[in-house]
Ligand binder design. Sequence first.
Ligand code: DGL
Length: 262
Amino acid sequence: MIGIFDSGVGGMTVARAIEKLCPGYPLVYFGDIAHTPYGSKSIDTITRYSMRNCDFLLEQGAQIIVIACNSASSTSSDALRKKYDVPIIDVITPATEKAAAISRNKRVGVIGTRATINSTIYEKRIKKILPESKVYSQSCPLLVPLVEEGWLSKRETKMILRRYLYPLRLKKIDTLVLGCTHYPLLKDLIQPRMGQRVNLIDSSVEAALFLQKYLTGMPDLRNKITQHDGPSKFFVSDLTTPVQDLASKIFCRNIHLEKINV
Ligand code: DGL
């Protein structure tokens, strides 16, 4: 199975993209709702939760793990790779490669949680590929709660977005990385505020494309993953009606979430 974890339900944007782009592979998803948000926690805490999430996914039979959460990817992926033998895919690498490949004026913006932006990982990775690039980062801590409240097109959300995005507009970026699981749900509000010429990079789609390519080159792993012929499973560490609603909204169908105690 392909194991996917996130701090909550937002990582289902990654699971959904994987389901679309890598059909036929059973998924096991874990959303750590009981401890969300990760984006405002320390590196130590995010790493501890991430290790526990990996342990759970491996117990469920995962043969590869996708860290859907940008905050966990940016702070904990090295520690996870050191600890576990299975391949670990993060959401940062694919998005930075894409940004470096498509930016024409080499001015790239990144938005994410505080943990992701403070890690400076996007900046370092993009500059490693494109040393002459300018990378402008902006943490947007209010966006996750707004998405979780379902305020996807409210006036207040638009105002807050304008405030966060304005400094990036001034920098004349031509590419903006949506470095958080929740931001793809705000794409339709972000695009007009940045202008139609700015490329938006959805880190969930890029991660799914990366995984698709990775699996193509790994026939043995592919066979192992598909040996499990049951349906995909979705686990959460807490379950409320808004969580259930957001999961169904992301998947555009009813998703059965199973609550477990970890
Ligand atoms: N999943 C987180 C991320 O992509 C957003 C929510 C949180 O802060 O836990 O960074």
